[in-house]
Ligand binder design. Structure first.
Ligand SMILES: [Mg+2]
Ligand SMILES: [Zn+2]
Length: 228
């Protein structure tokens, strides 16, 4: 059975949270207000879509400024080799982000991975320097901007074993439905608290090792009882 790797971007494919850094750098929202919003999000009081809209209120930035800023960050150098090895094996790799499209596409292209499928929220850079957020990926829980669960379920419906790779709270919906979860950071803590089986990974070197095990038939059994 082919395997689909659904990979979170911020904090996973990119070791740092590029989207959050961009918002902090350009948003006029006060730090105290932003921290309060983050707490409400972590406790499930608001979803990521509502959080993102609130955090970006009044944000002004041109596309050129945005790209110049986000290019100061890098991708995990082991991501591209992992993706190519997986694709050569016949597996699928997709980047699923609840961050923003402009830097996901830019970074993937610069890494020579412009052909990789990805999905993220859309930032429209307006003529007057303002931005408009758009959420083209509807479906799922209705609280995420780009809910990752439907992406996992789409690959499963195509006959793939699904693996979610992530680090944060925006990966929770996908982690609930994926066959395997590879996690670090807040997502790892959350899976442990929820009793969801997950393997700890530090970077894509570890993901590549897991992928080879799975391809060789040495991998862990998929979690039982996951609905489609
Ligand atoms: Mg993340
Ligand atoms: Zn969701």
């Amino acid at each position: 059975m082919p395997v689909a790797y659904l990979c979170d971007f911020d904090g996973t494919v990119a070791p740092e949270d590029i989207g959050a850094a961009w918002v902090v750098r350009h948003s006029p929202v006060a730090e105290t207000v932003r921290r309060a919003l983050l707490e409400r999000w972590k406790h499930g009081e608001i979803g990521n879509r509502e959080l993102t809209v609130a955090e970006c209120a009044g944000l002004r930035c041109t596309r050129a400024e945005a790209i110049a800023f986000t290019r100061t960050f890098t991708l995990d150098p082991s991501f591209a080799p992992f993706a190519r090895e997986a694709q050569d094996r016949g597996d699928a790799v997709m980047v699923v982000s609840d961050g923003f499209d402009f830097y996901v596409a830019d970074h993937l292209a610069r890494a020579g991975l412009g052909d990789l499928p990805w999905a993220a929220n859309h930032v429209r850079f307006d003529e007057d320097g303002a931005i408009t957020l758009e959420f083209p990926h509807t479906g799922g829980c209705g609280r995420c901007g780009n809910c990752k669960a439907p992406h996992v379920q789409r690959y499963r419906a195509m006959g793939y074993t699904t693996v979610l790779v992530g680090d944060g709270f925006s990966d929770r919906c996908a982690a609930r439905v994926a066959d395997h979860v590879l996690a670090r950071g807040g997502l790892l803590e959350w899976t442990r608290a929820q009793g969801i089986a997950a393997r700890e990974i530090l970077d894509f070197t570890a993901v590549a090792a897991f992928a080879r095990e799975l391809a060789d038939g040495r991998g862990a059994e998929p979690r039982a009882g996951i609905g489609t």
